[in-house]
Design a protein around this ligand. Structure first.
Ligand code: ATP
Ligand code: MG
Length: 423
């Protein structure tokens, strides 16, 4: 076997790419309707950006980053996510000078050094949204309802939208204390990772996927018990607005984002049917993040959605468009002179936006007709020596088997008429 693609990466071939394009186009139109603009940032950034913007204590920074020294001995990292990059751009490109809030979306590859398995890749793709510069509950509700709207548009069902509030640094400190107190006597029974988390980041213990940790924390104090007045009012308003927008959500008091710069609203969307990696989207508010990476205090909220996992859900639920659009016509030119004429015709038709192909290898009529059928062409446009002599072209309807002969000079107009009429 020759050189293979790196572990945990994929080649997306024709046949599959059309599914990606369909999803990407649907995403773009929903974002347009919600008034979000696209942002594109570099595929790699200074490592420090992610250490600060994702957080030192996270799995991503501790274990999953593709970090390397460039030729100038600078530590660089292939982006594992894009929120930190968008916040950096907000500060560096002075987006705070524009009317606030700034509503952005992105799509693109992310890189994490993880153990590849179903639904988990080393290069995967995310669609995400970030709104910077507003803290009102309306923003939280808009962002969540954008996700909801997209999934409705895609026809996905069985989604679980979990929502919670993790509060502000003040109420979280109280929660942290209560949690540590609750877990103090059970500390040794926690998994190894959670024993580490006990001091560093006890909130994350609530999020542990290990069943025995889940049992141990079953009755643990949740964020709900410690929210301060302001955070609690904010949360109630977000929930009320989600109700207004028709989002079917569930409050999940165990849903946490463990870092100090995550504040208030946190949410996640799950689809059970796609297997163990059932989270297709995660997000929340991060009112302290822009400050963390060196900007002025700026509230922000966003989410990231795993494109591969959404595609799996669409596949499982049979919600992907049937097939790729068919070729409108196949031009069959026999002989060099016919190829010249045909090549010119092809170009004129393509200028009109009509999809046409021709045989590029000088094959015989039978082989070319076979190729036309294989590509699902509606028409074959046949140009042989005989037709050239008479200055005509044969138009054969490949579905009905009917054919007609038209003057070559009228070909573009006639074919265009058929095209406009639809097939
Ligand atoms: P998980 O718990 O599955 O590891 P996460 O908390 O690391 O997810 P986020 O960082 O919140 O995920 O990223 C948002 C979304 O990106 C996830 O909900 C998931 O759909 C997708 N995602 C994350 N990591 C991967 C990966 N390695 N391969 C494919 N999709 C991924
Ligand atoms: Mg992960």
């Amino acid at each position: 076997m020759g050189i293979q693609r790196p572990k945990g990466t994929q080649d997306l071939l024709p046949g599959t790419v059309e599914q990606w394009q369909y999803l990407e186009e649907t995403i773009r139109s929903v974002c347009r309707e919600f008034g979000y603009d696209e942002i594109r940032t570099p595929m790699f950034e200074a490592t420090e950006l992610f250490q600060r913007g994702v957080g030192q204590t996270t799995d991503i920074v501790q274990k999953e980053m593709y970090t390397f020294l460039d030729k100038g001995d600078r530590s660089m990292t292939l982006r594992p996510e894009m929120t930190a990059s968008v916040c950096r751009a907000y500060v560096e490109d002075k987006l705070f000078g524009q009317p606030q809030p700034v509503k952005l979306y992105y799509m693109g590859p992310m890189f994490r050094y993880e153990r590849p398995q179903s639904g988990r890749f080393r290069q995967f793709h995310q669609f995400g949204v970030e709104v910077l510069g507003a803290e009102q509950p309306l923003v939280d509700a808009e962002v969540i309802s954008l996700v909801w709207n997209l999934f409705q548009r895609l026809g996905l069902s069985g989604l679980e939208v979990h929502v919670n509030s993790v509060g502000c640094p003040i109420c979280r400190a109280k929660h942290r204390e209560q949690l540590q107190e609750f877990l103090a006597t059970r500390r040794n029974e926690l998994c190894k990772d959670c024993q580490d988390r006990y001091e560093r980041n006890p909130l994350r213990i609530l999020d542990c996927k290990n069943p025995s940790c889940q049992t141990l924390t079953a009755g643990a104090p949740t964020t709900k018990d410690t929210l301060c007045e302001e955070c609690s009012t904010h949360f109630e308003r977000v929930l009320a607005l989600l109700g207004v927008a028709g989002v079917a959500y569930r409050v999940n008091p165990r849903l946490v984002r463990g870092l100090d710069y995550y504040t208030k609203t946190a949410f996640e969307v799950m689809v059970e049917e796609i297997g163990a990696q059932s989270a297709i989207c995660g997000g929340g508010r991060y009112d302290k993040l822009v400050e963390e990476i060196g900007g002025s205090p700026t509230p922000g909220i966003g989410f990231a959605m795993g494109i591969e996992r959404v595609l799996t859900a669409l596949q499982v639920q049979n919600k992907l468009p049937e097939e790729k659009p068919r070729l409108f016509a196949m031009l069959i030119a026999l002989g060099e002179k016919a190829q010249n004429e045909g090549f010119a015709l092809l170009s004129a038709l393509r200028t009109q936006g009509i999809s046409v192909s021709m045989d590029l290898q000088g094959r015989n009529l039978k082989a070319q007709l076979k190729a036309a059928n294989r590509q699902g062409a509606h028409y074959a446009l046949i140009l042989g020596e005989e037709e050239l002599e008479k200055n005509v072209i044969l138009i054969r309807d490949l579905t009905l088997g009917e054919q007609s002969e038209i003057p070559l000079v009228d070909a573009v107009e006639e074919i265009n008429k058929n095209y406009q009429r639809g097939v």
